[in-house]
Design a protein around this ligand. Structure first.
Ligand SMILES: CC(C)(COP(=O)(O)OP(=O)(O)OC[C@H]1O[C@@H](n2cnc3c(N)ncnc32)[C@H](O)[C@@H]1OP(=O)(O)O)[C@@H](O)C(=O)NCCC(=O)NCCS
Length: 181
Protein backbone atom coordinates (compact mmCIF):
# COMPACT_ATOMS: atom_id res chain seq x y z
CA UNK A 1 0.00 0.00 0.00
CA UNK A 2 1.26 3.48 -0.87
CA UNK A 3 1.30 6.39 1.61
CA UNK A 4 -2.10 8.06 1.87
CA UNK A 5 -2.30 11.79 2.53
CA UNK A 6 -5.34 13.63 3.91
CA UNK A 7 -5.76 17.27 4.98
CA UNK A 8 -4.13 16.67 8.37
CA UNK A 9 -2.63 13.18 8.23
CA UNK A 10 -0.15 10.86 6.58
CA UNK A 11 -1.02 7.16 6.64
CA UNK A 12 2.03 4.99 6.03
CA UNK A 13 3.65 1.62 6.74
CA UNK A 14 5.11 1.03 10.23
CA UNK A 15 8.83 1.23 10.94
CA UNK A 16 10.77 -0.24 13.90
CA UNK A 17 11.33 3.31 15.21
CA UNK A 18 7.60 3.70 15.85
CA UNK A 19 7.70 1.64 19.04
CA UNK A 20 7.77 4.62 21.43
CA UNK A 21 4.67 6.24 19.95
CA UNK A 22 2.99 2.82 19.96
CA UNK A 23 3.92 2.37 23.63
CA UNK A 24 2.35 5.73 24.49
CA UNK A 25 -1.12 4.28 23.81
CA UNK A 26 -0.89 0.47 23.70
CA UNK A 27 0.44 0.50 27.29
CA UNK A 28 -2.90 1.92 28.52
CA UNK A 29 -5.57 -0.46 29.87
CA UNK A 30 -8.42 1.82 28.70
CA UNK A 31 -7.10 1.72 25.11
CA UNK A 32 -6.92 -2.09 24.86
CA UNK A 33 -10.13 -2.74 26.85
CA UNK A 34 -11.98 -4.04 23.76
CA UNK A 35 -8.96 -5.47 21.95
CA UNK A 36 -8.01 -9.18 21.78
CA UNK A 37 -4.79 -8.47 23.75
CA UNK A 38 -3.66 -6.90 27.02
CA UNK A 39 -1.69 -3.69 27.55
CA UNK A 40 1.81 -3.86 26.06
CA UNK A 41 5.14 -3.37 27.84
CA UNK A 42 7.91 -1.34 26.21
CA UNK A 43 9.70 -4.53 25.11
CA UNK A 44 6.48 -5.86 23.58
CA UNK A 45 6.02 -2.57 21.72
CA UNK A 46 9.53 -2.85 20.25
CA UNK A 47 8.67 -6.34 19.01
CA UNK A 48 5.24 -5.21 17.81
CA UNK A 49 6.62 -2.26 15.81
CA UNK A 50 9.12 -4.61 14.14
CA UNK A 51 6.34 -7.12 13.32
CA UNK A 52 4.09 -4.39 11.95
CA UNK A 53 6.93 -3.01 9.81
CA UNK A 54 6.78 -6.34 7.95
CA UNK A 55 2.99 -6.56 7.82
CA UNK A 56 1.27 -4.33 5.28
CA UNK A 57 -2.12 -4.78 6.98
CA UNK A 58 -1.04 -2.43 9.80
CA UNK A 59 -0.94 1.26 8.93
CA UNK A 60 0.52 4.05 11.05
CA UNK A 61 -1.54 7.24 11.22
CA UNK A 62 0.67 10.32 11.68
CA UNK A 63 0.05 14.04 12.05
CA UNK A 64 1.23 15.79 8.94
CA UNK A 65 2.65 18.84 10.73
CA UNK A 66 5.04 17.01 13.07
CA UNK A 67 5.06 13.33 11.94
CA UNK A 68 3.81 12.17 15.36
CA UNK A 69 2.25 8.69 15.18
CA UNK A 70 -1.18 9.04 16.83
CA UNK A 71 -2.85 5.74 16.04
CA UNK A 72 -3.07 2.77 13.76
CA UNK A 73 -5.45 1.19 11.30
CA UNK A 74 -5.69 -2.47 10.40
CA UNK A 75 -6.96 -3.14 6.88
CA UNK A 76 -6.83 -6.67 5.54
CA UNK A 77 -8.60 -9.06 3.21
CA UNK A 78 -10.53 -11.74 5.05
CA UNK A 79 -10.60 -15.44 4.20
CA UNK A 80 -11.89 -16.87 1.92
CA UNK A 81 -10.25 -14.38 -0.42
CA UNK A 82 -12.73 -14.94 -3.29
CA UNK A 83 -15.49 -13.22 -1.26
CA UNK A 84 -13.40 -10.02 -1.37
CA UNK A 85 -14.37 -8.77 2.10
CA UNK A 86 -11.85 -6.46 3.79
CA UNK A 87 -11.86 -5.79 7.52
CA UNK A 88 -11.00 -2.42 9.02
CA UNK A 89 -9.91 -1.91 12.65
CA UNK A 90 -8.40 1.04 14.51
CA UNK A 91 -6.70 2.00 17.76
CA UNK A 92 -5.76 5.59 18.60
CA UNK A 93 -3.83 7.45 21.31
CA UNK A 94 -6.38 9.03 23.74
CA UNK A 95 -4.44 12.32 23.63
CA UNK A 96 -5.81 12.70 20.10
CA UNK A 97 -9.42 11.59 20.57
CA UNK A 98 -12.29 13.93 19.76
CA UNK A 99 -10.63 15.69 16.83
CA UNK A 100 -11.90 13.58 13.95
CA UNK A 101 -8.51 11.99 13.21
CA UNK A 102 -9.86 8.43 13.32
CA UNK A 103 -12.73 9.35 11.01
CA UNK A 104 -10.43 11.19 8.58
CA UNK A 105 -7.91 8.35 8.38
CA UNK A 106 -10.41 5.47 8.22
CA UNK A 107 -12.37 7.28 5.51
CA UNK A 108 -9.16 7.72 3.49
CA UNK A 109 -8.17 4.05 3.87
CA UNK A 110 -11.63 2.79 2.87
CA UNK A 111 -11.63 5.18 -0.07
CA UNK A 112 -8.21 3.91 -1.13
CA UNK A 113 -9.47 0.33 -0.77
CA UNK A 114 -12.53 0.90 -2.93
CA UNK A 115 -10.96 3.15 -5.56
CA UNK A 116 -7.39 1.84 -5.91
CA UNK A 117 -7.56 -1.76 -4.70
CA UNK A 118 -11.06 -2.23 -6.15
CA UNK A 119 -12.20 -3.88 -2.94
CA UNK A 120 -15.81 -5.17 -3.09
CA UNK A 121 -16.96 -4.91 0.56
CA UNK A 122 -15.51 -3.45 3.77
CA UNK A 123 -16.58 -4.82 7.15
CA UNK A 124 -15.93 -3.89 10.77
CA UNK A 125 -16.76 -5.45 14.10
CA UNK A 126 -17.01 -3.99 17.57
CA UNK A 127 -18.38 -4.57 21.04
CA UNK A 128 -21.74 -2.74 21.51
CA UNK A 129 -20.33 -1.28 24.76
CA UNK A 130 -17.58 0.41 22.75
CA UNK A 131 -19.74 3.39 21.82
CA UNK A 132 -16.87 5.50 20.39
CA UNK A 133 -16.08 2.67 18.01
CA UNK A 134 -19.56 2.19 16.55
CA UNK A 135 -20.13 5.96 16.45
CA UNK A 136 -17.02 6.14 14.28
CA UNK A 137 -18.40 3.43 11.96
CA UNK A 138 -21.65 5.35 11.66
CA UNK A 139 -19.78 8.60 10.88
CA UNK A 140 -18.16 6.60 8.07
CA UNK A 141 -21.71 5.72 6.92
CA UNK A 142 -21.18 2.01 7.36
CA UNK A 143 -24.35 -0.02 7.96
CA UNK A 144 -25.00 -2.00 11.14
CA UNK A 145 -25.94 -5.41 9.76
CA UNK A 146 -26.34 -7.38 12.93
CA UNK A 147 -25.66 -7.98 16.57
CA UNK A 148 -24.19 -11.38 17.34
CA UNK A 149 -25.05 -12.51 20.85
CA UNK A 150 -22.15 -13.64 23.02
CA UNK A 151 -20.26 -15.02 20.02
CA UNK A 152 -16.73 -14.23 21.16
CA UNK A 153 -14.43 -13.53 24.10
CA UNK A 154 -11.13 -11.69 24.33
CA UNK A 155 -10.70 -11.64 28.10
CA UNK A 156 -11.18 -14.15 30.89
CA UNK A 157 -12.16 -13.91 34.56
CA UNK A 158 -9.54 -14.40 37.28
CA UNK A 159 -10.57 -18.08 37.29
CA UNK A 160 -9.89 -18.30 33.56
CA UNK A 161 -13.53 -18.47 32.45
CA UNK A 162 -14.36 -16.71 29.15
CA UNK A 163 -16.07 -13.32 29.37
CA UNK A 164 -18.45 -13.72 26.42
CA UNK A 165 -19.30 -10.51 24.55
CA UNK A 166 -21.73 -9.44 21.83
CA UNK A 167 -20.51 -8.12 18.47
CA UNK A 168 -21.95 -5.45 16.21
CA UNK A 169 -21.17 -6.13 12.56
CA UNK A 170 -20.92 -3.21 10.13
CA UNK A 171 -20.35 -3.16 6.37
CA UNK A 172 -20.35 -1.00 3.27
CA UNK A 173 -20.23 -2.04 -0.39
CA UNK A 174 -18.10 -0.39 -3.05
CA UNK A 175 -21.16 0.80 -4.99
CA UNK A 176 -22.73 2.26 -1.84
CA UNK A 177 -19.52 4.13 -1.00
CA UNK A 178 -19.37 5.55 -4.52
CA UNK A 179 -22.92 6.88 -4.18
CA UNK A 180 -22.36 8.36 -0.72
CA UNK A 181 -18.96 10.01 -1.22
C1 LIG B 1 -12.50 4.14 18.46
C2 LIG B 1 -11.65 5.42 18.52
C3 LIG B 1 -10.60 5.42 17.43
C4 LIG B 1 -12.61 6.62 18.29
O1 LIG B 1 -11.91 7.82 18.54
P1 LIG B 1 -12.67 9.24 18.41
O2 LIG B 1 -11.75 10.28 18.91
O3 LIG B 1 -14.02 9.14 19.06
O4 LIG B 1 -12.91 9.37 16.85
P2 LIG B 1 -12.47 10.57 15.89
O5 LIG B 1 -11.01 10.76 15.94
O6 LIG B 1 -13.06 10.29 14.58
O7 LIG B 1 -13.15 11.84 16.55
C5 LIG B 1 -14.56 11.99 16.53
C6 LIG B 1 -14.99 12.96 17.58
O8 LIG B 1 -14.32 14.18 17.35
C7 LIG B 1 -15.27 15.23 17.01
N1 LIG B 1 -14.63 16.01 15.96
C8 LIG B 1 -13.93 17.16 16.18
N2 LIG B 1 -13.43 17.60 15.03
C9 LIG B 1 -13.80 16.76 14.05
C10 LIG B 1 -13.58 16.70 12.66
N3 LIG B 1 -12.83 17.62 12.04
N4 LIG B 1 -14.10 15.66 11.95
C11 LIG B 1 -14.84 14.71 12.57
N5 LIG B 1 -15.08 14.72 13.91
C12 LIG B 1 -14.57 15.72 14.64
C13 LIG B 1 -16.53 14.49 16.60
O9 LIG B 1 -17.68 15.26 16.82
C14 LIG B 1 -16.47 13.29 17.53
O10 LIG B 1 -16.84 13.66 18.82
P3 LIG B 1 -18.01 12.87 19.65
O11 LIG B 1 -17.53 11.45 19.85
O12 LIG B 1 -18.10 13.64 20.90
O13 LIG B 1 -19.21 12.87 18.79
C15 LIG B 1 -10.98 5.57 19.91
O14 LIG B 1 -11.98 5.64 20.90
C16 LIG B 1 -10.03 4.43 20.26
O15 LIG B 1 -8.92 4.34 19.74
N6 LIG B 1 -10.44 3.54 21.21
C17 LIG B 1 -9.57 2.49 21.73
C18 LIG B 1 -9.34 1.37 20.74
C19 LIG B 1 -10.64 0.73 20.31
O16 LIG B 1 -11.52 0.45 21.12
N7 LIG B 1 -10.71 0.45 19.01
C20 LIG B 1 -11.89 -0.14 18.41
C21 LIG B 1 -11.97 -1.58 18.63
S1 LIG B 1 -13.39 -2.25 17.79
Amino acid sequence: MVNIETDRLIIRRFSCNDWMDLYEYLSQEQVVKYEPYDAFTDIECKREAALRSRNESFLAVCLKYNNKLIGNIYFAQQEPKEFDNWEIGYVFNPKYYGKGYATESCRAVIDYGFKSLKVRRVVAMCNPDNVSSWKLLERLKMRREGCLRKNIYFKTTEKGDPIWTDTYEYAVLNEEWEEMN
